[in-house]
Design a protein around this ligand. Structure first.
Ligand code: GLA
Length: 687
């Protein structure tokens, strides 16, 4: 475990915000490198990730190392004052390695081999892969461990992006070892997995396999444990590389996380303590209905992984990516809005994939800081503008975001929730998380994203969306939080199973029934397209349940269908606090009302949040910084006092944020109420 995190601003070399990119000089001639470094200086780039995919260059045949080109690159960057985020180069294997040892190649659940020719074609459990990769890491760190350009070690790349789940025989052996450590005896495993069902009982460890493709449905606990194992396996691999690096270098070590909607195979709550810097990669996902909300959620979750401290955006894109069905280019100013949304939510550095757009390979249509069009391009001008703005915002580095509300988020619950054979495949875990998060964001309520069981004592409001799987110790924290005066909002399909995927009986939601003062006997998911009316005129879709009150009051009830007259949203006074339950998928306006009502009674400070304007505050000891990101096509005015940093003007009453623009106002602490804060009801009452 990393004893202390390295402040991200330290990685810029001058205590300012980091500005950087992935750089793949191996794709270019020496003459281009000179131009690259000159343009990097012009843009204000101060940290560059190199050698991310360098293995085949560095070790062209087993044990033959050629470092001269990388020496040159590091020296060139150093001479230009640019720091290096040095990849260990192990992410993509050279062709000779898998040709020599084909057992390294990963296998899918149905046994298909993932052949070389792409990237990350290695089994996380392969001892052969690890032996060769660690040898390369050792050679690399012994050469560069004390190089003055190197400010950060970048282990592999996006561990588990493609190869998180491998079902080969080597993985099977490793999985069994993991299971033995977890359960000690086969009896305990059989009990935990509920193997009396469908005659699945194991009588020897050797019979146990990864959850490969079956003719029907897999054992859910086996699937869940395989996720846990696979996450641990790659974390173990990270730790093995980090150990080699730390043996020869005192430079901080990290790897780039993928906190994103389409990647869910790493439980980053367990990974985060092992990182010297928390770094995330984030790409706007146009497959989602609301990509900007997902960006904000991912940024807040990354701040949660960093325990509230500043973090590093290791990759994002200046414009389109290449891996979505339609790769939508960013409009004018969108890159700036995306970038500063990350900074507003705690990033102390912004890096892009990548510096110069490739001209070959599958990413040749991926955007870059320097596009195919060259410097006479909108992207390049926006890259220069962003570099200038980050320079202007240097004083923001090191400040933090403070929230009164916590949203409980769990990769483990995600793995369990989204399995097959559940009441409805129309509701996914992340859909619930995003819906509640969006309601909070649109209500101006800043949230911290926390792990189940995390200490909630600093918060007034805890939101628990779809926490299907929960341990007793974790539900106890929430219950105690409410008993001692906190307010909780729990949404449907939470508290259903324990950590072994075993249903908590006696009425749903077993883990939270007493806290919520309700009891549901049965779930009644709705077919797509069906909407039920509620007594405040709003509508509910996708999910309903036959709920009765056991102490709680109904806040909203169904007015139609066979559940007419029964509660849909409830509130229960519990100890000194209150616990709300949202037992259906509310329409966005109704969900916002529930969140603002619960927040108001909890005394949560909200920011005025006009539609289309994203408002987030970072605070330091003396000053706070109000980030105002205008996603709309109209100018907004926002109450503010202090100095606007991007345009550079004093502001006494209000600041204007033109359509699509971003403004950041420095205001002295404490932030006056007139600077955009509304107060919760409790505060108003006690005034
Ligand atoms: C990931 C990888 C990069 C690149 C980008 C493209 O983030 O780490 O190497 O492939 O995706 O979006």
């Amino acid at each position: 475990m990393s004893p202390t995190r390295t402040p991200v601003k330290q990685l810029s070399g001058n205590g300012k915000l980091v500005y950087g990119c992935d750089y793949n000089p191996e794709q270019w001639d020496r003459a281009v490198w000179e131009e690259d470094v000159r343009l990097m200086n012009q843009a204000g780039v101060n940290l560059v990730a190199v050698n991310i995919f360098g293995w085949a260059e560095l070790e062209s045949s087993p044990g033959t190392y050629t470092f001269e080109r990388l020496d040159e690159i590091l020296d060139l960057l150093h001479a230009s004052g640019i720091g290096v985020n040095l990849g260990t180069g192990t992410s993509s294997t050279p062709a000779w390695l898998t040709a020599l040892y084909p057992e390294i190649l990963p296998r899918s659940a149905s046994g298909t081999v993932a052949w070389p020719g792409g990237r990350q074609a290695w089994c996380p459990s392969s001892p052969r892969y690890r032996e060769h990769a660690l040898r390369l890491v050792s050679e690399t760190v012994r050469r560069y461990g004390a190089h003055p350009a190197v400010r950060l070690w970048h282990v592999s790349n996006e561990l588990g992006c493609h190869n998180a789940l491998c079902y080969c025989d080597v993985s099977a052996t490793s999985f069994r070892g993991w299971l033995k450590a977890r359960y000690s005896t086969l009896d305990a495993l059989n009990k935990a997995w509920g193997t009396t069902f469908w005659s699945q009982r194991y009588s020897a460890w050797e019979q146990i396999l990864p959850p490969r493709t079956t003719i029907s449905t897999n054992n859910p606990t086996q699937v869940l444990d395989f996720h846990r194992f696979s996450s641990d396996e790659l974390l173990g691999y990270y730790q093995a590389e980090a150990a080699v690096l730390r043996q020869h270098s005192s430079v901080p070590v990290t790897t780039n996380f993928m906190v994103a909607a389409h990647i869910r195979n790493q439980d980053y709550w367990s990974w985060a303590p092992h990182m010297d810097v928390i770094a995330n990669d984030h790409y706007l996902d146009h497959r989602l209905a609301d990509p900007a909300t997902e960006l904000a959620f991912a940024a807040d979750a990354t701040r949660g992984l960093s325990q509230g401290q500043p973090w590093l955006l290791m990759e994002h894109s200046t414009s389109a990516v290449n891996w979505q069905p339609r790769n939508i280019a960013k409009g004018p100013g969108e890159m700036l809005r995306n970038s500063l949304a990350h900074v507003a939510r705690g990033a102390d550095g912004l890096c892009f994939f990548q510096w110069r757009a490739s001209v070959q390979g599958s990413e040749k249509f991926h955007s870059a800081m320097l596009p195919h069009a060259g410097t006479d391009s909108r992207i390049w001008r926006e890259v220069l503008e962003l570099g200038g703005i980050l320079e202007t915002l240097a004083e923001v580095a090191g400040t933090t975001v403070r929230a009164d509300a916590a949203l409980v988020f769990s990769w483990e619950a995600w793995w369990a929730y989204d399995q097959e054979s559940h009441p409805s495949s129309d509701v996914g875990y992340l859909d619930q998380v995003h819906a509640t998060y969006r309601a909070l964001r649109e209500s101006g309520i800043t949230v911290d994203v926390v792990a189940p069981g995390a200490d909630l004592s600093d918060y007034k409001l805890a939101i628990v969306p779809g926490l299907y799987l929960v341990r007793d110790s974790e539900s106890a924290v929430l219950t105690e939080f409410v008993r001692t005066g906190g307010t909780a909002v729990v949404t449907y399909f939470s508290g259903i199973v324990d950590e072994n995927e075993k249903v908590l009986t006696g009425g749903y939601p077993g883990a939270f029934r007493n806290l919520l003062g309700i009891r549901s006997e049965e779930f009644y998911p709705l077919p797509p397209g069906q909407a039920l009316a509620l007594d405040n005129g709003s509508t509910a879709t996708l999910w309903t349940e036959a709920m009765r009150l056991e102490g709680a009051e109904a806040r909203l009830s169904f007015t139609a269908g066979h559940l007419a007259g029964t509660p849909a949203v409830t509130r229960n006074t519990y100890g000194a606090g209150a616990a709300w339950y949202v037992g259906t998928a509310l329409d966005p306006a109704a969900l916002r009302t529930v969140m603002t009502d619960a927040a108001a009674e909890a005394g949560v400070r909200a920011l005025i949040a006009p539609e289309g304007l994203e408002v987030v505050v970072r605070s330091g000891t003396d000053n706070s910084y109000v980030f105002l990101i205008n996603h709309s096509e109209e100018e907004h005015k926002y109450p503010a006092h202090g100095r606007e940093l991007i345009v550079g003007e004093d502001v006494s009453n209000a600041v204007a944020i033109p359509a699509g623009a971003v403004r950041v106002v420095r205001t002295a602490n404490p932030v006056p109420q007139t600077a955009g804060f509304t107060t919760g009801q409790k505060d108003v009452e006690s005034d």
